[in-house]
Design a protein around this ligand. Structure first.
Ligand SMILES: Cc1ncc(C[n+]2csc(CCOP(=O)(O)OP(=O)(O)O)c2C)c(N)n1
Ligand code: SF4
Length: 252
């Protein structure tokens, strides 16, 4: 009798991620974690063939290199408007945007707020690494007080640079937003919660409820000039004190 035990697969590449995907992020970047969670959710909901992703500008730009999905590009900050057009043209599709905080909360804050106010039935995922990662670590609207960036080398001083924009709290005030949560990828526990939030945001869209917004605090070791481990600690000890985790709106 064979002594070989039956093999049980416990971890594998989600179908939504290309077999020959190109990993374009720096070591320790949070983008890869969130992209993987999105792919797992789409697989579990069995909607890969019915999903259209809207990419924005920033380190998130290369979605099509990673996802085996239809991907539409948009200019910096405009992804919610492009997604609005895609969803209105194809209401049968699952449409989501994937945007940085420089995109969704800074240059594109206007689009984010108006799209949420219109209650477009889309999913918006905002990757908040509290800086402009791709262009060299400049301050964004969400950078926290005291945060050193290439444009705030002495730390963000509110007298000069204003206070951080808290985008989830703002979106939650829009009548068309049905679900708003801020999550993080700084620990296994928060990664599990982030996946729950992303899945719920897609489920809301499938039910036709309106706009769901999931903000995820992620590390940008290159922009922050920290090691990957220091970056995770910086989220837990500093960034999440300003950008507090939690559910800001959940209309059943
Ligand atoms: C209209 C416009 N303004 C500015 C830029 C330059 N630009 C490209 S990426 C980027 C920052 C992106 O930062 P963020 O959205 O936070 O994404 P991250 O790279 O941090 O993931 C900027 C300012 C641009 N491409 N288009
Ligand atoms: S610059 Fe920052 S956000 Fe961009 S890939 Fe590198 S670590 Fe990630």
């Amino acid at each position: 009798m064979s002594q070989l035990k039956e093999e049980k697969i416990v971890f594998q590449r989600p179908k939504t991620i290309k077999e020959d995907y190109e990993y374009t992020f720096c070591a320790g970047c949070g983008h890869g974690i969130v992209l993987r969670l999105i792919a797992e959710c789409l697989d579990e909901l069995n909607v890969q063939g019915d999903t259209i992703a809207v990419a924005s500008v920033g380190c998130s730009i290369c979605l099509e290199k990673y996802f085996d999905l239809d991907v539409v590009g948009s200019s910096h900050g405009r992804a919610p408007c492009v997604a609005t057009g895609v969803k209105r043209a194809r209401p049968d599709k699952i449409v989501f945007t994937y945007q940085g905080d420089g995109d969704a909360a800074t240059i594109g804050m206007n689009e984010t707020i108006h799209t949420a106010s219109r209650g477009e039935n889309i999913t918006v995922i905002c990757i908040n690494n509290a800086n402009f990662g791709m262009t060299g670590g400049q301050a964004s609207a969400t950078s926290i007080i005291g945060q050193k960036t290439t444009t705030t080398p002495l730390g963000r001083d509110p007298k000069m640079f204003g206070y951080p924009v808290k985008i989830s709290e703002m979106v939650a005030m829009c009548d068309g937003a049905v679900y708003v949560e801020r999550c993080s990828v700084s620990s296994p526990k928060t990664i599990i919660q982030t996946k729950r939030a992303i899945k719920k945001a897609f489920e809301n869209q499938i039910k036709g409820l309106g706009l769901s917004f999931v903000e995820v605090l992620t590390p940008c070791p290159t922009g922050w000039k920290k090691t990957p481990v220091e970056s995770m600690k910086y989220i837990e000890d500093e960034i999440s004190k300003t950008h507090k985790l939690g559910v800001f709106k959940d209309i059943k």
